[in-house]
Ligand binder design. Structure first.
Ligand code: ADP
Length: 146
C-alpha cells in the first residue's frame, strides 16, 4: 500500500520552515498532500487559491507532491485523499504540547498516525505570523520565503 501523508496547515504564507519539513519528509512517503485549510473567520494575507498556486509552483517538478484546499475536518480530509499519516513540524515546547493533543484525537477518531519532524536549526525561528507582521510594517521578508 502506498504511504500517503497529509501535511495540513494554514501556510499563510508558505515559509522556508514549511519547505524544510516537506523536503525532509518526502523520502519517508510515497506521496505527500499539502492541505491548505480554508479558514473563513481569519483575516489572511493570501487567499487559499493564491497559496495553492504559490506552493504548487514551488514543487512543480515533484510529481509526488500535490497541493489541495480543504474546508472540512482534517481527519475527514485525510481520509478523502487516502492518507494514513499526518505530517507536522515542531519548533517549540508550545508546538509540542499542541501537536500531542491533536495527534491523540486524530488517532482515536480516525486511526491516523502523526509524524512529527523537529525544525532544523536554521529555519526554526520562522513562522507565518512573523512574516505577516513584518510585511504589514513594510519590511522585506524574502529571507524567510522559498
Ligand atoms: P497551523 O495553522 O495548522 O499551525 P501553519 O501553516 O502555521 O499551520 O503550520 C503548519 C505546520 O508547519 C505546523 O505543524 C507547524 O508547526 C509547522 N511549521 C511552521 N513553521 C515551521 C518551521 N519554521 N519549522 C518547522 N515546522 C514549522
Amino acid at each position: 500500500m502506498a504511504k500517503i501523508a497529509l501535511f495540513p496547515g494554514s501556510f499563510d504564507p508558505f515559509t522556508k520552515g514549511h519547505q524544510n519539513i516537506v523536503e525532509r519528509a518526502l523520502p519517508l512517503f510515497d506521496r505527500l498532500v499539502i492541505g491548505i485549510g480554508r479558514n473563513t473567520t481569519k483575516q489572511t494575507l493570501y487567499t487559499p487559491e493564491e497559496r495553492q498556486q504559490q506552493i504548487a509552483a514551488l514543487f512543480a517538478n515533484e510529481p509526488r507532491i500535490e497541493v489541495q484546499i480543504y474546508d472540512i475536518l482534517t481527519i475527514d480530509f485525510a481520509k478523502s485523499v487516502g492518507a494514513q499519516y499526518v505530517l507536522r513540524g515542531v519548533r517549540t515546547m508550545a508546538d509540542f504540547e499542541y501537536e500531542r493533543t491533536i495527534a491523540d484525537v486524530n488517532k482515536r477518531l480516525a486511526g491516523l498516525e502523526t509524524v512529527l519532524l523537529f525544525a532544523d536549526a536554521d529555519t526554526a525561528s520562522i513562522s507565518s505570523s512573523l512574516v505577516r507582521e513584518l510585511k504589514a510594517f513594510g519590511k522585506d521578508v524574502t529571507d524567510f520565503l522559498p
